[in-house]
Design a protein around this ligand. Structure first.
Ligand code: FA5
Length: 344
């Protein structure tokens, strides 16, 4: 082809490109058109391949036109894409938004049943003037056992199957070590409750390896067993909202003397109906242990056992949650199944 024919061809390609992209309205189509003209096998490139055969001065003239056409195609592409961008932004801005429409509601969670029960329990005692105390879940053998009158060889160690995390470190088996920590830190009189998680190698429908307890400790002058009973009766009636009675059965804990197991009247059948699955027909359900603080415990924490007296109790809020809400298996409290938890 002659140099002039190549220049004419390039000029007509420039016009053809402008016509081709004028109606296009997507970036994808515009890029495809660009490739058909400027790509390796594109129309402009095909023309340029023929320039090799030209005399040097002709090659220069055709080359200049080719460069101009290339720049013009690229300029057209940029302009067209800019137009598309502008149109999209304008469409976005002119879209109507009804600001009076209600927003999308987010589902709301609520406290876990055990948190609710714990809060209810603590509230009943703070009303009576008790403070809230806390202690660590990984506890020393001394705080969990020794200081509570349970030496290394004491047979009562078998009463609680313990998870050991070191030679002298345990996952606390009850909240009673908080009694020790509180008395070591503060002088009497003392009036605290200590809610918290405890651990034992236990596992059935009413026993979980991790469960909660609520400890209570009151130390003052001339504290009597009847004070303990009065506080426990008040608590049970406030928590269950019924005139339920409690029963204190003589029992043994190394840190109280005398000690008792605390039973409450069955909140379901009240009288011990033979078919009641909660009390198994006895009319009573065990909810905790209690007693008068053993003088040996006062000695361990440096209180004068001649001057001070006290009572302590440890209850199982999990059991009380099960009783109040008719939950048949303690595992439901720890399974995190929303179908169960949403009911409370
Ligand atoms: C104690 O743990 C004593 N520390 C309580 C105490 C405190 C007595 C202060 C005297 C003075 P006991 O092992 O009985 O006692 O446990 C108390 C309550 O915890 C039980 O009545 C029961 O309600 C609950 N409990 C015990 N083991 C489990 C378990 N594996 N799962 C759920 N609840 C449990």
């Amino acid at each position: 082809m002659s140099p002039q024919a190549l220049i004419d061809r390039l000029d007509s390609l420039e016009k053809a490109f402008a016509d081709e992209i004028a109606p296009l309205s997507s970036e994808q189509d515009i890029r495809a058109a660009q490739a058909r003209f400027l790509g390796k096998k594109g129309a402009v490139s095909e023309v340029m391949k023929q320039m090799g055969k030209l005399a040097p001065e002709d090659r220069k003239a055709v080359g200049q036109v080719a460069n101009r056409v290339k720049a013009s195609v690229e300029g057209e592409v940029a302009r067209k894409l800019g137009e598309l961008d502008e149109a999209a932004r304008a469409a976005d801005l002119s879209r109507e938004v009804d600001v009076t429409l209600p927003g999308r509601a987010r589902p709301r969670g609520h406290d876990h049943l055990l948190s609710q029960v714990r809060r209810d329990c603590v509230a009943i005692f703070t009303e009576l003037g008790f403070d809230v105390a806390e202690g660590p879940q990984v506890e020393t053998d001394w705080h969990n056992f020794e200081a509570l009158g349970t030496g290394k060889d004491h047979p009562a160690r078998d009463m609680q199957d313990t998870f050991y995390v070191g030679p002298d470190l345990v996952l606390r088996t009850h909240t009673s070590p908080v009694q020790i920590r509180t008395m070591l830190a503060e002088a009497p009189p003392i009036k605290i409750v200590a809610p918290g998680v405890v651990y034992r190698r236990d596992d059935d429908a009413t026993h979980s390896p991790m469960f909660t307890q609520l400890e209570g400790l009151l130390v003052d002058r001339e504290v009597r067993f009847s004070d303990l009973k009065g506080v426990l009766v008040h608590f049970v009636r406030r928590f269950f909202g019924q005139e339920l009675d409690i029963r204190l059965r003589p029992s043994y804990f190394p840190f109280v003397e005398p000690g008792a197991e605390v039973d409450m009247q069955c909140a379901f059948c009240r009288r011990g109906d033979s078919g009641c699955r909660v009390c198994k027909g006895t009319g009573w359900v065990e909810i905790g242990g209690a007693g008068m603080v053993d003088p040996v415990v006062f000695e361990h924490v440096g209180y004068d056992p001649e001057a001070w007296t006290g009572f302590a109790f440890g209850m199982g809020p999990d059991r009380m949650a099960m009783l109040r809400h008719g939950v048949g298996d303690i595992k439901l409290l720890y399974d995190a199944d929303l179908r169960f938890l949403r009911q409370f």
